[in-house]
Each structure stands twice: as C-alpha cells, then as structure tokens.
Design a protein around this ligand. Structure first.
Ligand code: GTP
Ligand code: MG
Length: 834
C-alpha cells in the first residue's frame, strides 16, 4: 500500500488552469462551441461577501459519461487571483457511476483495470459540502454548485454548512482563517457530508449528537482527479474537529465484491440501512497507462430492494400494522402468508425476527419452498410485465405539491416545450361547480394524446392529492403518479416566503387568479400565507401519498431552471423510456426562458366572492393570434389550456360513443342482481369481485376499424368532432360533447366471458343527424372475465344470442331490465391512447 501512505501534493499550473477555463467557456451557451463536442457547460458567477466573484462550472450528470472532457470534476469553482491568474478554488470528486452503469464499471473491467487498496464507505445521503481557502485568506464553504448566496437569499445548504464548520473549528480552538490557510497550502478542497436532521430529513435518521459535517475526502485542486487516502482524511478531520466517516479496507477486488453482495443481502451495515457503497481505488486505461484515483459506487438494487420490502412488511405484521407495499405485489403477498403461517406455528420466531434474528433464513426458507431464487422472481415479474417501472412510457401524471409562486406553471410550460407533454392548470377552469372533478376529467382527456400530463394545481393538502389520484385512477387505473414535491421545511418558511412573494409580486397580473398588479399586496400575501399554513408535506408511509410511484423533491427557493433539471434527470433515471433524447443544457435554458417570457394566461378571472369571470383581454387574444410558431410556443400554450383544433385533428380518433353515467349503471346493476339466485348472479359477482366491471360505460356508435366500411358515417362524425372543438371558446377539452342521446336499457346478456346490455338509442344531433350504432346490436359492454377478453367480443356474444337464444344449452344468460330505464348519454369522439 506504499503509494497511499503519504499525502499527495501538486501546485496548480496557472497555464493549465487557464486552458481549462477556456475549454469550459467554449462549451457554455455564450461560447462559440456551445453544445458542440457533445457536452455543454453551465457557468454561474457568485459574488462573495467581500465583493470578489467565483465561477461555478457544471455539466449535466449524463454528460460525464462522455469521453475527452476537459475535466470530470462534479463541483468545480474557479476565480481570478489578486495577481490576475486563473485558479481552481474548489474541486469535487470526479463524477462516479454505479457498477454496470458504464463500460468502465462493468465488473470484468473493474477486476482487470483497478488496483487496491479499496476503501469502501457507506454511500452517505446528506448533502455534499466543499471547503477551501482562497488567496485572500478567506474560507469558502459551498455546496456542489452554489456558494450559498443568491441575491439576498442565503441558500440553505452552504449557509448551514458554514455554521457547522464554525462549530467544529471552535471545538478544537481553531479559526476559519487557519483552515483557509492550511487548505490553500495543501492546494486542496475538503469534501464533507452535511448530516443535520434539524435542517432537512433524508432517508436515514441522524440523531442530534451525530449531526454535523462528516469529512470524507480531500481533493487536490487540479483538473485531473487526485485525492487523499482515507487514513489521512481521518487525521485531518480529527485535527479540525470534524466527524469521520467509517470505511472498510480491502486489498482484493474479489473480496470487495463478495463483501458488497453480502451487505446487499440485508441492506443494512453496522445496524444502519444503507443505500449502497462508494468504492475508492485506482484505475488505469491500459497496461502501460498511469494509475489514477478512481471511484465507483455500488447501489443496492433488486432483488435486494424486494427483500428489504419483505423485512419491513414482516415487521409491520408482527406489530399488528398493515403491511404497505407497492412493488412485487403477488410474491410479497405469498411471502407474507408464508411468514404468518410460520409465526403461528413457531412461537418465539416473531420476537426473534423483531430483534433482527432469522430475517434471512425466513426469506430463504420461503424461497427454497418455492424452489426459486430472488433473481428468478424479478426475471419472471419482468417477463409478465408486472415489474415494469423501468418500462413506463405513458400514463404518467405529474402532481405538483406546492404553494403559490413556487414555479409550478413555469416548470410545467418548460416540460411541455421540451417534450410536448400535456398540461392543465386548475386556474383555467371557468366554473365554480365540481372544480375538482373537472380538473381530473381534463387531465384524463389530455392523457389520451399525451404520455405524460402535468396536473398544475398546488395539491398542497392530502385531501387534494387523494381526490386527484382517486378520480384519475377510476378512469385510467394504470396511471402512475409522480409527485413534484416542493419541500417546505418549517424552519425554512421565511426563505420560501421571501422567494415566492418576490416572484408573485413581480409577476403582477400575468396570472388567471392571483393578480398582484391589481389586487392589494396584502391581500395576495394573505392568500399565499393561507397555502403555506395549510401545506402538508408528502409522506409516502401513509395514504394518500403512498399512491405515488415516485416523489421528486424540489426546492421552492431554487430557480425553476434548477428544479427542471432535477425533474428531467429523475424521470430519466426512473423511467428511461419516457423520453428518448436527453435535452442539453441549452434546451433546458431555452425551455425555461420560453416559460418565463413568452407565456400569458389565456383567461383571467376573479375567484373572490362576487368576482366576475373576465374573457381574455383584447391584447391577450391578439398576442395569441399572432403567435406564429405553432409547433413550439403554441403547442405549449395550447396543450396547457387544451389541444388546439389543428392539433387534435391530427390526433387519431379511436371511436365515437355515447358515454353513460357510471354511477347510475352500477346502481341499476346492483338492483337487478340483488334478488337473483346465486347461479344467475354468479358471473356478475365474479366481475364485481375481480374488479372487472368497466370503469366507464358507453355505447359504441362506431370504431375507427369500421371506417372503411362506413366512410360517410365516419367522415360525418369526424366533422362534427372538429366543429365541436373549434366552437369551444377557451378551447379546453380534446374530447368535447357532440350532442346528447337517450339510451334505453333493455336486456342484460352474458356468458362466461363477457356481459353487456342491449340498448335502444333515441336522439339526434343539432344538425338533425340521428345517432346510430354501426354494430348489429347496439349495446354497452359491462365487463369481461379477464384482460385478454376485449369488449368488442360483445358483438359475437350478441350474434350467438340472436341465433341460438339464451338458456342452459347455449350457456348464455339473459335478464330483462324492467321499468323502461332511459339514461341521458353524452356523444363524444374518443382519441386513441398511446
Ligand atoms: P401559482 O400558479 O400562482 O400558484 O404559481 P406557480 O407555482 O405556477 O408559479 P409560476 O410558475 O407562475 O412562477 C411565479 C413567477 O415567478 C412567474 O412570474 C415566473 O415567471 C417567475 N419565476 C418562476 N421561476 C423563476 C425563476 O427561476 N427565476 C425567476 N427570477 N423568476 C421565476
Ligand atoms: Mg401557476
């Protein structure tokens, strides 16, 4: 281990740093090569309290996978020294990747191209803090991309980090000036993890006495990556009063691997749950290349996450709580059944389990009884399409959880601009009745043409989240909900207040309901305070927030540009199929710029008591009409308020139907079957219990598949649909009503596969067109026995019924709907779902 005994040192070469700064500048937006060469750089300038400035350089996470970058430092600040030289002020680690994530981290390559000693440390999940000394003797404490000052708002991470530095130094009787001087002499940046629950909660809990800065690295301030060995980092931490991290040393890569796989078995190390490990070592490209400091990480993935879920659920049932789980549903239920049986049979086992004994053996007993390995289960789930979180391509609804002025609409418009997704603002509903339902309906309608839709409302209370998720799931059960959680910490309220008020007051009247230009400032602030006061953070351990498939934490104080990037990155990581091309930094900039500058609401109204709805101002209308760039800017305004007429004509219609009230049908069915003998009611009960009754009922007038057969009817209906879209004043719904139609329910008909009601249609359009179904027998499909049986099979059943009748020989059941039940239905064109 000789090469890791002493502290590395090299002075900066001003010429080399100058070249680095030039290379990075060239790839910023302003630089000539902006975006060229496959990567782009974001430069931000921060002014320090003494008036001097430092520049932060950041690339997108995914750009670090590219070759030949001027540096791979994640977290890099430069400045100009008093004598006019370029100098690196702060240097983070080289960006490191998960095993198997890139070519270099494939195990085979790790085994071949790295050397020990390997230092394995638990992947911390606080926030990273950099500490360094500048040439004027001041200490710089910053987070990855910020020095902690933006305008007048002290940004929390860095500021809290700095307070902790002061506290730690005081504990050993040292000063910030001394630390600054020392670090500059070393030409190094100290890297620490800020773990402070009072400040923010991460997954793992840190008790007050364990809070503080955990020093985990010391990097030389050079373009290439040179870092201190662990024992010298520890020594430095001791000298300067900071906390040390724990790490394990290993010389043999094979042992590293078996160690990691062993810890993955339980997901817990030293009594704490861990997300994974960071492995520090040295690597080289080829046999003759020089060794370089190099890190990779090992994140615990499936099947270990499933095992962890089993453990949590087991502990829940032992303590009498309902187990909560969303993934691996079937196998988890089976496992829990097995566990319950074992606990019932073997007294004392549950107590042991609660003391963390026998966790693995219970799991292995279950698996061996099944003759399965964890990896087999995951593979089977994937094959059955059950475990498809990585496969998600559509039916995603983004649900902001926020207060006024957090930037919901700005971020939403930017996403629309980038990906053409759907967006609906609650503030665009021009009615006081049934607003929540209308909001959900509008989102569902937009889900037809769009893979992802943003439900732009504050959703700051649990009951709002409950409502939107329940109403949408009722219509589209497979919907995945993603929370855009603008984290509001009570001790951070003042800063949030400052940031959101500034934005809202600056926005003035450019909003549907919150018009800070016309209303009194106090009134606006009062409304905003109301939201802050009622805000309920996302809590996934309980309903309704346990329905979220993914929660993306955002910072209400951060810029919308920063939040946008977090969203894009998280969505990409979680659902790689959700968009194909990763946007560049310029794309993100441009999208935010568009959202901030080129958007105006299409309607304005006063939601206060006695307030009037105002139609768009003349100016506003003109502005929209003048909008000459339909593909981009209009798409975003229109997708947000609705799909424009032109656009929705381009979207494919799937069928035309008469939509019927779901509740009415369900209660009619319940009433009919209430008094039937079990045999007659059997198939209905089966549908009911297996939740195979349709979530929505309709009579199909015509499906697009029949268009070649009935071209005139299809054209006529399509034409009515376009007219209806055009005649909507505010252009909101892509599936507007074409007319009403009375539907008389006549007979229930079913076999062992499908159930439907034969109906009679009675109604006509404004143009005098009689509503007719092109199907031989007009009907409503009520439900099918399984997913594989398509509703259109009703046609076959009804043909058979007409030919052979009902009864035991034919296997067809039949019941008359008594008392001439007529329901009013709504005729609509329904768009194709992706
Ligand atoms: P409500 O609809 O009122 O609840 O607000 P919201 O959460 O939709 O916020 P919105 O996106 O309207 O942002 C509020 C104002 O702040 C708008 O005028 C935006 O243009 C502006 N804004 C949003 N993000 C940023 C940002 O990153 N920087 C600056 N300077 N302004 C921003
Ligand atoms: Mg808004």
């Amino acid at each position: 281990m000789a090469h890791r005994e002493t502290a590395p040192y090299r002075a900066q070469d001003p010429h080399e740093v100058k070249q680095l700064v030039q290379a990075l500048s060239l790839h910023t937006k302003k630089g000539k090569g902006g975006g060229k060469g496959g990567f782009s750089v974001k430069k931000s300038t921060f002014v320090r309290p003494n008036g001097r400035s430092v520049d932060s350089w950041r690339m997108q996470d995914w750009d670090y996978k590219k070759e030949h970058l001027p540096t791979y430092a994640r977290g890099l600040f430069t400045y100009t020294t008093l004598d006019g030289k370029d100098e690196i002020a702060v240097r983070g680690y080289d960006k490191f990747f998960n095993y198997e994530e890139v070519r270099k981290t494939e195990w085979r390559n790790v085994e071949e191209h790295t050397r020990g000693p390997y230092e394995l440390s638990v992947k911390e999940n606080g926030c990273i803090i950099f500490i360094a000394g500048l040439d004027d003797g001041t200490l710089m404490v910053c987070s990855k991309h910020s020095t902690g000052v933006r305008g007048d708002v002290a940004v929390s991470h860095a500021a809290v980090g700095e307070r902790w530095v002061e506290r730690h130094l005081k504990s050993v009787g040292k000063t910030k000036e001394q630390l600054a001087k020392k670090l500059r002499e070393m030409n190094a940046t100290a890297v620490a993890e800020l773990c402070d629950d009072a400040f923010e909660e991460h997954v793992l809990a840190y008790a007050p006495e364990t809070a503080g800065l955990y020093l985990h690295g010391i990097n030389l301030n050079l373009p290439e990556f040179v870092t201190y060995p662990g024992h010298l980092v520890d020594k430095f931490a001791e000298e300067w009063g900071m906390k040390k991290v724990m790490y394990v040393m290993e010389d043999d890569i094979k042992k590293v691997r078996s160690f990691l796989e062993h810890v993955a078995e339980t997901g817990s190390y030293n009594g704490r749950d861990t997300e994974g490990f960071v492995i520090r070592c040295q690597s080289r490209e080829g046999d003759n290349s020089p060794w370089q400091d190099w890190f990779f990480k090992y994140k615990f993935e499936e099947p270990y996450l499933m095992y962890r879920q089993w453990r949590e659920c087991t502990k829940a049932i032992i303590s009498g709580r309902p187990p909560r789980f969303k993934k691996h549903k079937k196998i988890t239920e089976e496992y829990l059944l097995y566990a319950r049986r074992r606990f019932a049979r073997e007294p004392g086992l549950s107590k042991q389990y609660n003391q963390n004994h026998g966790i693995i053996s219970l799991r292995e007993d279950f698996l061996s009884e099944r003759g399965l390995k964890g990896s087999d289960i995951i593979r089977q789930e994937m094959e059955n399409g059950e475990y498809e979180s990585k496969d998600v391509k559509n039916n995603v609804v983004l649900v902001p959880v926020a207060t006024i002025g957090c930037g919901k609409t700005t971020v939403a418009l930017a996403l629309v601009k980038l990906f053409g997704w759907g967006h609906f603002q609650n503030d665009n509903i021009e009615s006081r009745q049934r607003r929540p339902q209308k909001f959900a309906e509008a989102i569902c309608a937009l889900m037809t043409p769009h893979p992802v839709v943003i439900a732009d409302r504050n959703n700051h209370q649990k009951r709002e989240r409950e409502q939107i998720m329940a109403d949408i799931s009722n219509q589209i059960p497979e919907t995945k909900f993603v929370a855009l959680h603008y984290v509001h910490e009570r001790n951070n309220y003042n800063q949030i207040r400052q940031a959101t008020r500034e934005r809202v007051l600056a926005r003035g009247d450019n909003h549907q309901t919150i018009q800070a230009g016309s209303k009194g400032q106090d009134e606006i602030i009062e409304i905003m305070e109301g939201f802050m006061h009622r805000f309920q953070p996302v809590d996934t351990s309980d309903a309704p927030d346990d329905q979220f498939d993914l929660v993306i934490d955002l910072d209400p104080i951060a810029s919308s540009r920063e939040n946008l990037e977090v969203i894009v990155e998280k969505l990409h990581n979680e659902y790689p199929g959700i968009f194909s091309d990763m946007p560049t930094a310029e794309d993100l900039d441009a999208a935010i710029e568009f959202a901030m500058n080129d958007y105006e609401p299409s309607i304005k109204m006063d939601l206060s008591k006695g307030g009037k709805w105002a139609k768009p101002t003349q100016q506003n209308k003109q502005r929209q009409n003048q909008n000459q760039n339909p593909s981009q800017s209009e798409a975003s305004v229109s997708s947000s308020n609705a799909v424009s007429a032109t656009k929705s004509r381009a979207l494919k219609l799937e069928y035309f139907s008469v939509r019927l009230p779901t509740q009415r049908i369900n209660s009619i069915l319940a009433a009919i079957f209430k008094d039937q003998d079990p045999n007659t009611a059997r198939f209905y009960r089966q549908l009911e219990q297996s939740r195979r009754l349709q979530p929505e009922f309709h009579v199909t007038l015509m499906h697009r598949a029949s268009a070649p057969q009935y071209p005139e009817a299809w054209d006529k209906l399509t034409q009515l649909h376009s007219q209806a879209i055009e005649s909507q004043s505010t252009n909101k719904y892509p599936e507007p009503e074409l007319g009403k139609c009375n539907v008389q329910l006549e007979r229930l008909v079913w076999d062992s596969r499908i159930m439907c009601i034969v109906v009679r249609l009675n109604g006509s359009s404004k143009e005098g067109l009689t509503w007719e179904s092109v199907n031989a027998v007009a009907h409503v499909t009520l439900g099918t026995a399984s997913k594989d049986i398509k509703p259109k099979e009703s046609n076959d059943l009804l043909q058979k019924w007409l030919r052979d009748g009902s009864g035991e020989q034919t296997g067809i059941g039949e019941l008359t709907v008594r008392g001439s039940v007529v329901l009013e239905g709504s005729v609509r064109g329904v768009l194709q779902r992706f």
